[in-house]
Design a protein around this ligand. Structure first.
Ligand code: SAH
Ligand code: SF4
Length: 445
């Protein structure tokens, strides 16, 4: 009896998309654990399967459809299985109905604004045997105090603000995540103090544009002020943040990173394109000169700061010349890493209506050239570390080789090395022997 109950109380959760979605999934997991469920990675032993979706690009959506299709057989074998689907994709107009039509065996559908209500929906499905579909069109007040079941015991995400007001012309995020809302600084501080008390060493502050933190709060505080306050929290060793929108990154923030000992020397500054003309049509509100002046300022003030970015190729109207501008910018900045994307048409965004869409083969050809340019820059940046000793926060066994440990330098470089598992959660000095394209190999000294 107890055995079967245990089997019944397992959930499987799959997350697509950005760190915000990962953090949301940690909360969904936290809520499920709170009501007695345990997590499983085996879909066949789960009594709840939950998909937390992303819609920022079309291929993210296609993966969700593929996975939902596969569940038909699983549900036939196990009619008591509860299938839930949530996240950004569900916030799109007509999407929930479309899902129910194509996959009628889905039991619960909810969006990004009401995920805190998941336990209530689950209860309704279980006690009333109904299908629940509830999407809020608008953001609500921030709901605090949701339990979080974190992936790591060393580092954690802390959301500092929700939503986005920027409406870049290619992007669905503002439509599915609502307008910007900042959490109160004391709520953020309390969450970090709680993490410290549980042994966490590192936090990453999350927001679509962390630089506009603080707007609309009673207290007069901006992002630089928040960083300085967080830097005073005892016991936290490292603080990172993402994402910084170049239009709002201030000198004050750069100086906070320079001066505060816990703020790591790493800035993620998505450029999207190196062409002024494209940046304008993207509605990014900066040009190449402004972007480069930020980069030069960062390099001058924080010499070992790593700079990472996001880049889109094949935005409507992007000419060969525009693309060459992106390539030359990649060289000029010398990125330490970059997320590269092929432009994906998103319904109801201004860029989708633009007539001069770029042909797929051109997009792919540019994408390959961009990836080569980024790799070149990453490898060059990594080579510099050969022979140097770096401080590494040990996160756990290496993903590719379980006999090794992995961790990161202050500025976010991935390091693999031999070491005892008892080092997890500790700061160790590692001498780098070899630089690989995506990691550094070293030994503890
Ligand atoms: N708020 C962050 C990014 C959120 S989305 C910022 O402004 O930087 C993450 C990345 O996905 C974006 O930076 C962009 O490079 C990419 N992206 C967003 N919409 C896209 C689309 N329609 N096609 C391709 N890439 C897209
Ligand atoms: Fe999307 Fe632009 Fe907002 Fe980033 S800033 S989430 S790219 S609209």
């Amino acid at each position: 009896m107890v055995m079967t109950d245990n089997i019944k109380l397992k959930y499987f959760i799959e997350t697509w998309g950005c760190q915000m979605n990962e953090e949301d999934s940690e909360k969904l997991s936290g809520m499920l654990k709170n009501i007695g469920y345990t997590r499983t990675d085996d879909i066949n032993e789960a009594s709840i399967i939950l998909f937390n979706t992303c819609c920022v690009r079309e291929n993210a959506e296609n993966k969700v459809y593929g996975n939902l299709g596969m569940l038909k057989k699983v549900k036939e074998k196990n009619p008591d299985l509860i299938i839930g689907i949530c996240g950004c994709m569900m916030q799109q107009k007509g999407m929930a109905d479309n899902i129910l039509k194509r996959f009628p065996y889905v039991d619960i559908i909810f969006g990004t604004h009401n995920s805190y209500k998941f336990p209530e929906y689950l209860n309704r499905v279980k006690t009333e045997g109904v299908q629940v579909k509830e999407i809020f069109d608008k953001e609500t007040q921030i709901v605090e105090g949701i339990p979080v079941d974190r992936e790591s015991s060393v580092k954690g995400f802390v959301t500092i603000m929700y939503g986005c007001n920027n409406f870049c012309t290619y992007c669905v995020v503002p439509y599915v995540r609502g307008r910007e809302r900042s959490r109160k600084p004391e709520e953020i501080e309390n969450e970090i103090k709680d993490l410290v008390s549980k042994g966490y060493k590192e936090v990453t502050l999350l927001g679509q544009n962390v630089n506009s933190y603080g707007k609309g709060l009673e207290e007069d505080i901006n992002f630089a002020g928040l960083l300085r306050r967080i830097n005073k929290i005892e016991g936290i060793e490292r603080v990172r943040f993402m994402t910084s929108h170049p239009k709002d990154l201030t000198e004050e923030v750069i100086m906070a990173v320079k001066e505060c000992d816990k703020l790591c020397e790493q800035i993620h500054l998505p450029v999207q394109s190196g062409s002024d003309r494209v940046l304008k049509v993207m509605n990014r509100h900066y040009d190449r000169a402004r972007y480069m002046s930020l980069i030069n300022k960062i390099k001058k003030e924080i010499p070992d700061c790593t700079i990472t970015t996001d880049i889109i190729v094949g935005f409507p109207g992007e000419t060969d010349e525009d693309f060459e501008d992106t390539l030359s910018l990649v060289k000029e900045v010398g990125y330490d890493s970059a997320f590269t994307f092929i432009y994906s048409r998103r319904n109801n965004t201004p860029a989708d209506e633009m007539e001069d869409q770029v042909a797929d083969d051109v997009k792919h050809e540019r994408f390959n050239r961009l990836v080569a340019a980024v790799n070149d820059s990453v490898i060059r940046g990594n080579k510099v570390y050969e022979g140097k000793t770096v401080e590494v926060l040990v996160e756990g066994p290496s993903k590719n080789d379980e006999t090794k440990l992995m961790g990161r330098t202050r500025n976010g470089k991935l390091v693999n090395f031999q070491g005892d598992i008892s080092l997890v959660g500790k700061l160790v000095n590692v001498k780098i022997n070899r630089a690989q394209p995506f990691s550094l190999i070293g030994e503890v000294i």
